[in-house]
Design a protein around this ligand. Structure first.
Ligand SMILES: CC(C)(COP(=O)(O)OP(=O)(O)OC[C@H]1O[C@@H](n2cnc3c(N)ncnc32)[C@H](O)[C@@H]1OP(=O)(O)O)[C@@H](O)C(=O)NCCC(=O)NCCS
Length: 183
């Protein structure tokens, strides 16, 4: 299978999620994104203001999945200032009723295809070391795209307030231009 075939495989919506559309958010989506993040039950909640900033100043590197007017999934990302060739996925969440149907992978694929991410060669994310679903998502995405996924220490428990799991960093790539497609 060619790189492009792989990309199409994960860009293609499965039947149950075929009504879901993806788009970059704007300021008016900030509160809905804030609520959706809370409703994932796993993502660390930030303030509503945080999501207003990301849905405006960083909107070109964020993505929301919608079923009609209802948010089904979100991806909050940015380019680390010292690594312009890298897109960092800060938070990705799919609401419970849409999980396990390929939407997480579809979000990642479409996110890399955004105009703002077209130049990047690496996708990074930190994942709590007990988050199996997220581990599978990033490893599975890399494998399906024919890319490597390395995992190395980033934030250890001591960096966090007490009781937080370590968050190693996942680095996926190198991303070749042929590996991108529209979702
Ligand atoms: C992580 C998350 C975004 C995955 O979304 P999703 O739409 O269910 O993912 P997909 O259906 O695209 O599945 C991607 C891969 O992960 C695997 N996977 C998904 N959930 C899994 C789970 N709970 N346990 C084991 N594997 C899982 C799938 O089988 C698939 O594997 P494959 O590559 O072999 O096909 C979703 O579970 C979620 O929102 N969790 C809560 C928030 C969270 O933890 N976010 C990540 C923080 S960095």
């Amino acid at each position: 299978m060619s790189e492009t075939d792989y990309a199409h495989h994960y860009a293609r919506p499965l039947a149950a999620t075929s009504s879901i559309t993806l788009r970059t958010p704007n300021t008016a989506d900030g509160v809905a994104v804030w609520r959706a993040v809370q409703n994932t039950g796993t993502l660390e909640p930030n303030t509503a203001y945080f999501y207003l900033i990301f849905c405006s100043d960083f909107r070109h590197t964020c993505l929301i999945a919608e079923d009609g007017n209802e948010i089904a999934g979100v991806l909050i990302g940015y380019h680390p200032p010292s690594q312009p060739d890298t897109a960092f996925c800060w938070q990705i969440g799919v609401l419970a009723q849409w999980r396990g149907q390929g939407l997480g992978k579809r979000l990642l694929s479409a996110w890399l295809d955004l105009p703002a991410n077209r130049h990047v060669r690496w996708l990074t994310a930190t994942v709590a070391d007990d988050n199996q679903a997220s581990d599978k998502l990033f490893r599975g995405f890399a494998e399906s795209m024919g890319m490597s996924c390395t995992v190395s220490p980033r934030f250890i428990s001591d960096h966090f307030p007490a009781g937080h799991r370590p968050e190693p960093i996942y680095r996926i790539g190198p991303i070749r231009s042929g590996a991108r497609t529209r979702a």
